[in-house]
Design a protein around this ligand. Sequence first.
Ligand code: 6PG
Length: 236
Amino acid sequence: MKRFIYPSSIETARALTLHLIKLLNDEPEKVFHIAFSGGSTPALMFDVWANEYSNITPWERIKVWWVDERCVRPENSESNYGMMRMLLLDVVPIPHSNIFRIMGENKPADEAVRYSHLVRKNLPVENDMPVFDIVLLGAGNDGHTSSIFPGQEHLLTSSEVYEATYNPNSGQSRIALTGQPIINAEKVIFLIMGKEKADVVSEICMSGDTGPAAYVAHHAREVELFLDQSAAAKLK
Ligand code: 6PG
């Protein structure tokens, strides 16, 4: 597991954006299937990407997928697609056909099946699971990642690619990328910022699988952590 730690959230957001652009430029012929998380943390990175680095990004080679979605309409302020669209996708010249949103307005169980098929159809498959080039994750201070919360560990070993689930704190329905396709990705990158995340960051970096975020971090092929100083505060 590689850790990259920066003094502030904006520097972390810039560093991760430039890192993604470098990965794209290192393989100039390749189309990258990237699954993005939502929540509040990536908002700064989407903003920085749109405003500072759009002109050096090969947008036509990025296929945009989602790690998870809240089961709301796209115009709802809770929508992960809506947030990324507003801050990034509507601002940059990415072809519309490269964007594959989870339809949060559909019936969750049906949408999980539809989206799983769409991912399986478009991505290479190994170990009977799709292989994303990059899965970009966040983590909650309760140890959740994607929308796999503590108590929902069956989602870590599910044979489905996406499943309908819910946030046990709010009851909100969610659709989540499950554990096996996360750990089957070429690369898993966590973006975690803020002092309230210091405990989950140290859990991820310790040896045990103490929660969903730590489980995927310890089982994935290649893991990178992009942290600001305050999220990294409890690391030795
Ligand atoms: C979501 C996410 C989720 C997120 C963590 C961290 O829809 O909420 O995709 O997995 O990454 O909950 O969220 P914050 O960045 O808001 O703390």
